[in-house]
Design a protein around this ligand. Structure first.
Ligand SMILES: [Zn+2]
Length: 83
């Protein structure tokens, strides 16, 4: 899906940025979009959880768009296709 392609290097995003309490950051991995156009998360995450807390929040830009990251570490907002 074009919406998941990094505008800087052309690689497909591998995860969405997550944070716990605004401190620890990591990636929630996905492998593309499902048939509903939603991110299909694999359940893997690179987040390092502290204090046994597994609650994490999506990281968004100032327009509320989910921030994605490509394999090269570029971050860009997910422009979700209209249903
Ligand atoms: Zn990139």
């Amino acid at each position: 899906m074009d919406a998941l392609i990094c505008p800087e290097c052309g690689e497909e995003a591998v995860g969405s940025l997550q944070t716990t309490d605004g401190e620890d950051e990591g990636l929630a991995e996905f492998d593309g979009l499902d048939e509903d156009g939603e991110l299909n998360y694999t359940g893997n995450s690179s987040l390092y959880f502290t204090d046994g807390c597994y609650d994490s929040d999506d990281v968004t830009d100032e327009q509320g768009r989910l921030l994605l990251e490509c394999p090269n570490g570029h971050q860009f907002p997910w422009i979700k296709a209209e249903a």
